[in-house]
Design a protein around this ligand. Structure first.
Ligand code: MTE
Ligand code: MO
Length: 198
């Protein structure tokens, strides 16, 4: 008798990653403390409508909850993390990027941390400016009150403690990228280090 063929589902784990149930806390230095009361998020650069949001202002326009796997370049992956916030699509509708805008730089409250992401990745269906984790406000450790969640890239592109977003014509390297991490950061292509970028 002929053996049945086997259909195997594509792995949820990108190459070189292992699954963890913990939720490690990682940042370049110390954990930033961002005051929620007078929090301001400035959005500027190559856009028609520069905007400053308060935390309440962001929470009011929350439009998306996501359940996504996150992949850290140090090789841990955590499945089904639940974040809520404002989709970048909605942010784009409000600030109206110029045609010249190609990249977005996140500037964060921890001592000049930045990271930059191409606009197309922010238009993915699951990319958000998050204000909740597991339905609660994001705590200090994990980047509250406001952080980016961009599940399709290694987690170092998901900036914590975001206080300014700048739309750019030309790319700039961020903090981890200047240390030799990939600026492309696609976990499915295992783009971990900048030496594979070109
Ligand atoms: N502002 C800021 N955001 C950051 C970082 C950082 O150093 N500063 N580190 C990145 C890295 S390397 C990772 S793995 C994730 C960790 O997020 P977590 O602490 O919520 O797990 O945050 C990313 N965002
Ligand atoms: Mo990381």
């Amino acid at each position: 008798m002929k053996k049945n063929s086997v259909y195997r589902k594509k792995s949820r784990l990108p190459p070189g990653q292992h699954k963890t149930k913990r939720f490690p806390v990682l940042q370049k230095g110390s954990i930033a403390k961002v005051n929620r009361k007078d929090y301001q998020l400035k959005i500027e650069g190559e856009i028609k409508n520069p905007t400053t949001f308060s935390l309440d202002g962001l929470i009011k326009i929350k439009d998306l909850d996501i359940l996504e796997d996150i992949h850290c370049v140090t090789s841990w992956s955590r499945f089904d993390t639940h974040w809520g916030g404002v989709s970048f699509k909605k942010i784009f509708d409000i600030v109206k990027p110029n045609n010249s805008a190609k990249f977005v730089e996140f500037y964060c409250a921890d001592e000049d941390f930045t990271t930059t992401v191409p606009i197309e990745r922010l238009l993915d269906d699951n990319a958000i400016l998050a204000t909740t984790f597991d339905k609660r406000p994001i705590n200090d450790k994990h980047g509250g009150p406001v952080r980016a969640i961009i599940p399709n890239l290694y987690f170092y592109k998901s900036a914590k403690w975001v206080i300014k977003i700048t739309f750019l014509e030309k790319d700039r390297l961020g903090y981890w990228e200047r240390q030799g991490y990939s600026n492309k950061a696609d976990p499915w292509r295992e783009q971990r280090y900048s030496d594979n970028d070109s």
